[in-house]
Design a binder for this molecule. Structure first.
Ligand SMILES: C[S@@+](CC[C@H](N)C(=O)[O-])C[C@H]1O[C@@H](n2cnc3c(N)ncnc32)[C@H](O)[C@@H]1O
Length: 225
């Protein structure tokens, strides 16, 4: 998977940085959407140990994770909570309410490595569902550039990835257009704060490295005014 190691390394560092900055700036809870094996709740303990963290995922993935954490850590930290939801079912808002996620306090939503696997309606519905949270809440997510799905694909690694992920049973389904991202997010009430392109990520996080970085994906950071 050319460029993946470099991209995921840079993405982890970038999202760690944005998450910690938002928490230091006053966010009172963290919601990890499609948490999978995200380890931030257990790794960034100096910054995250005192606020609630909600890990949202498909029921099967959440159950696998809780089993793994039980084995690795002995017990799950009290401030970490698991929420079952399927972005395709339009039940995210009620699942967050039922889990006790407080809509009235500034919240950071971390949505890493998930949007490419969703159909665009589910990305739209998720951004819409989160827009009822308190002013100052933020969402940090990566997305594939929409033109990666063009034929022929304008990115050197694109076709290999699309074929390879489909063959693994995890097809990528949609992307967003970096050129219209500001307007797209504004439709759902979000203000784009920053969009980190592959070039920016490589410069900031892989200086002096000869590693390739995935060229078809960027990272957005948006906030509710
Ligand atoms: C590639 S993994 C990324 C995991 C983690 N965020 C990371 O970056 O390491 C995709 C995650 O999204 C979750 N996911 C995919 N589609 C979903 C859906 N429709 N509803 C809920 N979770 C979904 C999967 O269960 C998985 O945990």
């Amino acid at each position: 998977m050319p460029g993946l190691y470099g991209y995921v390394t840079a993405r982890t560092k970038h999202m760690d940085r944005l998450l910690i900055e938002d928490v230091c700036a006053g966010a009172r809870q963290v919601v990890v959407l499609g948490a999978g094996a995200d380890s931030r709740a257990y790794r960034l303990t100096a910054d995250l140990a005192t606020i609630p963290i909600y890990e949202v995922d498909h029921p099967a993935t959440g159950a696998w994770k809780q089993d793994m954490l039980g084995r690795l850590l002995g017990r799950i930290p009290d401030h970490v909570h698991f929420v079952s939801a399927d972005f395709g079912m339009r039940t995210l808002r009620s699942a967050l309410d039922t889990a006790g996620v407080d809509r009235t306090v500034p919240t950071v939503f971390l949505w890493e490595g998930v949007t490419p696997y969703l159909v665009s309606d589910d990305i739209d519905a998720t951004l819409d569902a989160l827009a009822c949270f308190a002013s100052g809440s933020s969402v940090i997510f990566d997305y594939w550039h929409r033109d990666a799905f063009d034929q022929p694909c304008p990115y050197p690694e694109g076709e290999k990835y699309i074929r390879g992920l489909a063959a693994r049973g995890e097809p990528v389904r949609s992307g967003l257009d970096p050129a219209t991202l500001t307007d797209y997010l504004a439709e759902y009430g979000w203000h784009l704060v920053d969009n980190a392109t592959p070039a920016v990520l490589a410069r900031q996080y892989l200086p002096g490295s000869t590693r390739q970085i995935l060229s078809l994906s960027s990272i957005a950071h948006a906030r509710l005014p």
